[in-house]
Ligand binder design. Structure first.
Ligand SMILES: [Fe+2]
Length: 219
């Protein structure tokens, strides 16, 4: 596990940005297909895209689909891995922003978990995400409610990888060093702070919504 030698304070935890995009595991591996970004422009706009992550194992799970402009990238990248859209069993949209859920329609046959909605086709399945209960995809892959950035964010926790527990966090974290930016993008900073601390307590690696993965250092 290589990283830079610059660790960053994140509340009471230290975090270290990583260069790896692959976290192999048994039975599930996690791969960042595209690291998200957020780049302020001189004209007051900013260019942004959400991180796209693939989880492979007994089931094939895509976490966030990027913006609508990522459609060809997504199709090509999946094909390079021998996957057609129909091979993706579950698509998770961490929250309903356009740079994260721009390509849901590429996967009409997948189970969709978007925020707190769980659906297959036009059938919506009861779940307790809104009550704070996790939703299990498999023994090692769990959808965890983690609101604050919006009212209905979810993260995906994958256990038993070579890097330990990996959390695909959506915009719960913007990037490794987001202490000066995440609050401006949050609809409920108090709730988000609680969920960030819980993530930092339980995950070994966090994949943020707009940056490279980072490792959490604990004493
Ligand atoms: Fe967002």
């Amino acid at each position: 596990m290589s990283g830079t030698d610059s660790s960053v304070a994140c509340g009471q935890f230290q975090t270290v940005p990583l260069s790896e995009l692959d976290f192999p595991g048994q039975p599930y591996s996690v791969t960042v297909l595209k690291a998200g970004y957020c780049l302020p422009q001189t004209d007051g706009t900013f260019r942004a895209d959400g991180t796209i992550t693939l989880i492979t194992g007994p089931r094939t799970i895509l976490v966030d689909t990027g913006g609508p402009w990522d459609r060809d990238f997504l199709l090509t990248t999946l094909k390079e891995r021998g996957l057609e859209p129909g091979d993706v069993n579950v698509v998770v949209g961490t929250h309903g922003h356009s740079d994260h859920v721009g390509n849901l329609s590429v996967f009409p046959a997948a189970v969709m978990i978007v925020g707190y909605d769980v659906s297959e086709g036009d059938t919506y399945r009861p779940n307790q995400l809104a009550e704070g209960q996790a939703y299990s995809i498999d023994k090692q892959v769990t959808v965890v409610p983690s609101p604050g950035h919006t009212g209905q964010d979810v993260s995906v926790q994958v256990t038993e990888t070579s890097a330990g527990t990996v959390l695909v966090a959506g915009d719960l974290f913007e990037c490794c060093s987001d202490e000066d930016s995440w609050r401006d993008l949050s609809i409920n900073t108090a709730v988000q702070e609680v969920n960030r601390q819980e993530a930092l307590r339980t995950a070994d690696v966090i994949i943020p919504g707009h940056g490279l993965p980072f490792r959490v250092l604990r004493n």
